[in-house]
Every structure is written in structure tokens, then in C-alpha cells.
Design a protein around this ligand. Structure first.
Ligand code: C2E
Ligand code: MG
Ligand code: MG
Ligand code: MG
Length: 285
């Protein structure tokens, strides 16, 4: 009886896992086709300068307009893209869309810096810096218009190669940000030798800093560290005015979060920018 139950358990487990495997395979096939069909779209979330209140730039965040399943968020397909070898293609597609949009905004009187997230496979690809340079040229943008966001864990995987790729991008003038800073495990010694220009402090610390003296201490010390290393600090995940005010008081450089704006489709972002034009403090509620 026990053995039978055990077998049933195993069968059920395998079936579930098989189903998931098929699902992932199907999703990978669909994603491969999605590039050519224009199903990848970007939403843009603004970043503001603290102290001055001007728009500093935008972060491009990928979504997949899936023909059957609707708008999918990165959580639903980034892992699949990575494990099926599609990440290089996805990043170039995102880069191309983001730079084309940035060019259009600049032509419309809104010169913005754009940030694009990159993944581990990009940073071990020696052709990546040339690809980035080529995309910038095609869209007629200076390298200083682009920031690439990398995560700490990504830098641990094949460190030497990743640092070499980052160095070439940085030498070309592209900005480099460490995303979700504080949640990884890179040492401060490593950080000091990385060719980075910006730290993006993870929202785990920022979101609760007003109530949590511990998290506020983390924000304060990360700010000191950033400035001592000549880096700018961007706080992610500010969801209310009190947090934005606290960050401004501490001297944080830039802020991003739902309180300022959710990530928006380009047509909505242009409306947001126009509504803000000429506007000074206070921030929109
Ligand atoms: P991320 O780069 O850290 O992006 C910030 C994420 O936090 C976004 O989620 C954004 O919508 C969300 N967020 C922004 N402000 C707030 C806030 O105030 N509160 C809360 N709770 N969340 C906030 P999203 O768009 O779902 O993206 C999730 C992650 O997917 C990104 O995290 C990034 O790691 C990855 N990702 C997005 N687009 C791309 C891409 O084009 N390429 C790659 N490789 N990864 C991407
Ligand atoms: Mg990011
Ligand atoms: Mg982040
Ligand atoms: Mg994050």
C-alpha cells in the first residue's frame, strides 16, 4: 500500500514537471518568434534628480504582448529567454527599441538618458560592446545617453570576462549601474575595482527606510560609499512622498518608484513629461 502510494506520488510529480517542461519549451518557441512579430514592447519608468526635481532619465522595462496570454511581465519569460539561449537576442531587441524611442524623444525636445537591463550572457559575450556601439551609431545617440544595468550576482559568474566587457563599454562612454544594490554578495573590494558609474539601491532598503532606522542607516552609509567612490546613487522603489523627502534630505542623487510614476508605455510617458514640463517641487502625489 505504501509502495503504491509512493509510486502514485512519483507519477504525479513527474507529470507536473513534464508539463512544466513542455510549457517552458513552448514559451521559448513563441518567444523566438515574438522578436520578428513586434510582440516585445517597452515600458519606461522615469527617474528624477533629487534637489532640483528635474527628470534624470528613464529605465526601459521589457513586456511581452503575448497573442493568447496578454501582456506578460519579465518574471514570466526572462528565465526562459536565459535558459533557451535567447537572451542575447532579447537584449539587442530591447536596446534597439529603447534607443529608437530615446532618439524620438530627443527629436521631440525631451533629451533623456535611457537605462537598459542586461543579463549574464551579455557580459560574457565579447561582441556585446561592439553591438552596443553599433546600435548607438544607427540611432545617432552618444554613448552618454545610455546606462546599462547589471546585477551583482551576474558579476560573480565569470568575473574576469564580465569586467573586461564592462571596461570596454565604460571606455566607450556608456554608463554602468549596479542594479538591486545591497541584495547581492559582492565585496566592497570588488566594487571599488569595477568600472561602474552608478549604484541603484534595492527597494528592500528604500521602501521601509522611513519606519526602519536600520534601513535608513543602510541608505546613509551606501550614499557615503557611493559618493566617496565618485558614483551616483539612485534609490529604487520610493512609494510615497515621505520616502522621497527622506532621500532628498540625505542627499541621494536620484529616485525612481511608483510614487513618481509606474513604468509607462511611451505614449503615456510623453504625456507625463509634458505635464511636468516647467514644473517645480512638490512632486506629483
Ligand atoms: P529592475 O531592473 O530592478 O526593475 C525595477 C522593477 O521594480 C520593475 O519591475 C518596476 O516596475 C518595479 N518597481 C519600480 N518602482 C517600484 C516601486 O515603487 N515599488 C515596487 N514594488 N516596484 C517598483 P518589472 O518591470 O516587473 O521588472 C522586473 C525585473 O525584470 C527588473 O528589475 C529587471 O531585473 C528585469 N528586466 C526588466 N526588463 C528587462 C530587460 O529588458 N532585460 C533584462 N535582462 N531584464 C529585464
Ligand atoms: Mg533595472
Ligand atoms: Mg533594480
Ligand atoms: Mg529589482
Amino acid at each position: 500500500y505504501t509502495a503504491k502510494r509512493h509510486r502514485t506520488g512519483v507519477a504525479l510529480y513527474d507529470e507536473a514537471r513534464d508539463g512544466q517542461g513542455r510549457h517552458r519549451l513552448e514559451l521559448a518557441e513563441q518567444l523566438r518568434a515574438a522578436f520578428g512579430r513586434g510582440e516585445l514592447v517597452l515600458h519606461y519608468q522615469p527617474k528624477l534628480h533629487l534637489g532640483g526635481d528635474a527628470v534624470a532619465g528613464v529605465e526601459a522595462l521589457v513586456r511581452w504582448q503575448h497573442p493568447q496570454r496578454g501582456l506578460l511581465y519579465p518574471d514570466a519569460f526572462i528565465d526562459v529567454a536565459e535558459s533557451s539561449g535567447l537572451m542575447g537576442e532579447l537584449t539587442v531587441a530591447v536596446l534597439d527599441l529603447a534607443l529608437a524611442q530615446t532618439r524620438a524623444w530627443a527629436d521631440d525636445g525631451h533629451p533623456l538618458e535611457v537605462a537598459v537591463n542586461v543579463s549574464p550572457s551579455n557580459l560574457v559575450d565579447e561582441r556585446f560592446p561592439d553591438e552596443v556601439a553599433a546600435r548607438l551609431r544607427v540611432h545617432g545617440l552618444p554613448a552618454s545617453a545610455l546606462v546599462l544595468e547589471v546585477t551583482e550576482s551576474l558579476l560573480m559568474e565569470d568575473r574576469e570576462r564580465a569586467v573586461a566587457v564592462l571596461r570596454r563599454l565604460r571606455d566607450a562612454g556608456v554608463g554602468i549601474a549596479i542594479d538591486d544594490y545591497g541584495t547581492g554578495y559582492s565585496s566592497l573590494a570588488y566594487l571599488a575595482e569595477l568600472p561602474v558609474t552608478e549604484l541603484k539601491l534595492d527597494r528592500a532598503f528604500v521602501g521601509t527606510m522611513v519606519e526602519s532606522p536600520r534601513n535608513q542607516a543602510i541608505v546613509t552609509s551606501t550614499l557615503q560609499l557611493s559618493h566617496a567612490l565618485g558614483l551616483r546613487l539612485v534609490a529604487e522603489g520610493a512609494e510615497d512622498q515621505a520616502t522621497v523627502d527622506a532621500l532628498a534630505d540625505l542627499g541621494c542623487d536620484q529616485v525612481q518608484g511608483y510614487h513618481l510614476s509606474r513604468p509607462l508605455p511611451p505614449a503615456d510617458l510623453i504625456g507625463w513629461l509634458r505635464a511636468r514640463a516647467g514644473r517645480t517641487a512638490p512632486l506629483p502625489a
